[in-house]
Design a protein. Structure first.
Length: 69
């Protein structure tokens, strides 16, 4: 098995919270991963608001089309 494959596996398992360890100590299996973090939907929806302003497009004939947000 490639060293890079093993290192990648250790990194992914550590990122998922399944492995832990300290410098000078062995790497240990934690047993269970971290519980999934629930997204803050309210904050996501607030951040998804489009800024107010006008958009200008041109159709294939070169005519200006304006849309207001």
């Amino acid at each position: 098995m490639s060293r890079n494959t093993v290192l990648t596996a250790y990194e992914e398992l550590t990122a998922e919270g399944l492995l832990g360890g300290r410098a000078g100590s062995a790497t240990r299996v934690r047993g269970y991963g971290r519980p999934p973090i629930e997204p803050n939907w309210r904050a996501i929806l607030r951040a998804a608001q489009y800024p107010a302003g006008a958009l200008t497009f041109r159709d294939p004939d070169g005519n200006t089309l304006s849309f207001h947000r």
